[in-house]
Design a protein around this ligand. Structure first.
Ligand code: NAP
Length: 326
């Protein structure tokens, strides 16, 4: 029996719980029996034997769970084999996720996280700690949501030298830019409409200033290209100064403008760049896309949904199956 803990029970944590219920039969066919033995959010929790669906419904109704035990107490006191860590991203110090992940690894639990913060701040340290403790640190959901990138590079492209990885890693920015291109509306107007539609956050800074894409680039460089870089090593320019006029000039020459994150061995940068209109990275809407340049396989492209409850759960469930199937 695989015992699972879920730390962080918002959109992603609940999405994972729903997928564990919906896909129980499929997952158990691949990895054997499992059960969720603990869930924690910022102020409450549930442990022991409980009905997972009831926990989801209770949280949705009351905004909390029924016990007062804190997440760290759960990690210290409860035995589990694997944790889904889905607390908010903080690229300054990685907390609270960093301490949770460290403690789980030290206890000998496998970690599946959707949280970029701990990996941006301490990727090498966490990977070393996981290796030392003989557990897995899985992070498919941190880069590109449902779009398979981490396992694609680590498994399917194993044996290749990864020369560069570049593309679109922030769906909110891509949505704003593609609407600016099509409708010639100025940035502030599109942003406020995107906020009304729930595509942009009330505080859009993380997305539109390029911080989110920069964080993902650090994970790509350290995790998939064997580099040793910090967030400060990424040159970042966001999309706040892009104008509809710039799109007009670009389109006359056969180009569009997209926020491109690029990791090369000599440079990491996030910036609005000209992309040929018929290039595979010239995608519209909230999609993500990456071009992976390799020495043997040549150029590989992936396109997919970079965020969303079910999409992120898809990446995290694939990590779970990957750990236990092997
Ligand atoms: N949403 C997506 O599509 C998506 C996609 C890929 C990656 N991610 C990443 O996944 C993580 C979770 O995202 P989300 O959308 O699920 O966020 P969310 O809806 O805001 O949920 C965050 C959860 O973490 C809990 N939390 C906050 N501080 C905590 C603490 N100190 N200790 C324990 N739990 C704490 C919150 O508790 P309360 O419920 O009590 O507030 C909430 O349950 C983030 O790092 C995000 O960047 C999200």
């Amino acid at each position: 029996m695989i015992d699972i803990a879920i730390i962080g029970f918002g959109v992603v944590g609940q999405g994972v719980a729903e997928a564990l219920i919906e896909k129980k039969e499929l997952i158990e066919r691949r990895i054997g029996r499992f059960r969720v033995v603990a869930i924690a959010d910022s102020k409450s929790s549930v442990v022991g034997e409980f009905d997972l669906l009831k926990a989801i419904e209770y949280k949705r109704e009351k905004g909390k769970l029924w016990s007062d035990k804190k997440a760290m107490e759960i990690i210290e006191e409860i035995e589990f084999d694997v944790v889904f860590e889905a607390t908010p991203t903080n690229v300054r110090d990685g907390e609270p996720g960093l301490s949770y992940i460290k403690r789980c690894i030290e206890k000998g639990a496998n970690v599946i996280t959707s949280n970029k913060g701990p990996l941006v701040v301490a990727f090498k340290e966490l990977q070393k700690l996981a290796d030392k403790n003989g557990v897995k640190l899985m992070y498919e959901a941190t880069v590109g949501g449902a779009m398979p990138v981490v396992k694609l590079v680590k498994k399917n492209l194993a044996g290749n030298e990864i020369k560069s990885i570049k593309g679109i890693l922030n769906g909110t920015c891509n949505y704003i830019l593609s609407r600016m291109e099509k409708e010639k509306m100025p940035y502030p107007q599109i942003l406020s409409e995107a906020q009304e539609l729930g595509i942009a956050e009330a505080d859009p800074t993380y997305d539109v200033e390029g911080i989110d894409a920069g964080a993902k680039l650090v994970i790509i460089a350290n995790g998939l290209m064997g580099m040793n870089v910090k967030f400060e090593d990424v040159e970042i320019n966001g999309i706040t100064t892009v104008t509809p006029e710039a799109f007009e000039v670009a389109s006359q020459k056969g180009y569009t403008i997209r926020l491109i994150a690029e990791a090369r061995r000599d440079k990491l940068r996030v910036s609005p760049r000209l992309i040929s209109l018929n290039h595979p990275l010239a995608i519209d809407g909230t999609l993500n896309a990456l071009q992976i340049e390799t020495d043997m396989a040549g150029s590989i492209f992936v396109i997919g949904k970079g965020a969303g409850k079910r999409e992120t759960a898809s990446a995290m469930i694939s990590d779970l199956i990957d750990i236990y199937e092997n």
